[in-house]
Design a protein around this ligand. Structure first.
Ligand SMILES: O=C(O)CCC(=O)C(=O)O
Length: 263
């Protein structure tokens, strides 16, 4: 793994350019890590009881989706100033929140297929990211507990991995190891996968804050799924992140981006 832990944003941006990934150390205070992890543990267990869970990988792994509806602490995380700066750097101003969810990699979980997050994009890909992600590490990410694996520099290839070459993935990927509280930001062109969890009893918690350029459809349909009370409380910045503001002539209402303005 070539990107190194840093607290220097210029260094982080240089790592994003060179390796497609950067690691910001101590991005979350230990108390915040604990609060987020405790709440996610509760939610994951409750969703199983309620039958609304998204458990996969033969029961090893679990996703907790649409975190904006599941607590103010996640609403704050989606708008975290560090994420905002790194995402603006990668995606330009006016980017949107595509989704925010947790991925819990549990014992015996297999690796995810190798992919890039902008795989919905037709070829050829432009030489810049269309989407980008921040993985907030809520546990130490280790090679054993399912640390995300990446192909450093693969963002420069501007294409998806070759799915017929899955036998090469263990050789070409590297685990991204870092302590809990680290923010791992990466370019949407970077090839990556959840690693295998070969521990007996460790669950690896990560929150994925996923963003996109303002002319791309978000992964979560916020207009359908956002709880009315979350929208009522939303700051102007959050409303913009969710696509409630127009972007040039996109997102207008009856031809009117804003009262009195016409395109
Ligand atoms: O949880 C991880 O390590 C990565 C998850 C991932 O690649 C994805 O959701 O696209």
């Amino acid at each position: 793994m070539s990107a190194i832990l840093t607290t220097d944003l210029d260094h982080a941006k240089a790592d994003l350019a060179e390796h497609g990934v950067c690691l910001v150390e101590g991005a979350l205070e230990p108390e915040r890590v604990k609060a987020l992890r405790d709440r996610l543990e509760e939610l994951a267990a409750q969703e199983i009881v309620d039958g609304t869970d998204y458990v996969y990988e033969n029961g090893s792994n679990q996703r907790v989706w649409t975190l904006l509806n599941k607590g103010e602490m996640f609403v704050d995380l989606a708008q975290d100033p560090l994420a905002m700066r790194l995402m603006e750097h990668l995606l330009g101003p006016a980017f949107l929140l595509s989704n925010i969810d947790a991925n819990i990699a549990g014992p015996a979980g297999n690796p995810m297929f190798l992919h890039a997050d902008q795989s919905f994009m037709p070829d050829p890909w432009p030489p810049y990211a269309m989407v980008a992600n921040v993985i907030w590490m809520l546990d130490d990410f280790t090679p054993e507990n399912g640390a995300t694996r990446i192909v450093p520099g693969s963002h420069k290839l501007c294409r998806q991995p070759d799915f017929t070459k899955a036998d090469e993935w263990p050789e070409i990927t590297r685990p991204v190891t870092a302590p809990a509280g680290t923010a791992m930001a990466f370019d949407g062109r970077l090839w990556h996968q959840t690693g295998a969890n070969v521990t007996r009893d460790q669950r690896r918690f990560g929150i994925l804050s996923y963003y996109c350029r303002p002319f791309i459809r978000s992964q979560e349909n916020w207009f359908e799924s956002l709880r009315p009370e979350v929208l009522e409380q939303a700051t102007p910045a959050l409303r913009r992140l969710l696509g409630w503001e127009h972007y040039f002539s996109l997102g207008m209402i009856d031809g009117m981006p804003r009262q009195g303005m016409r395109y």
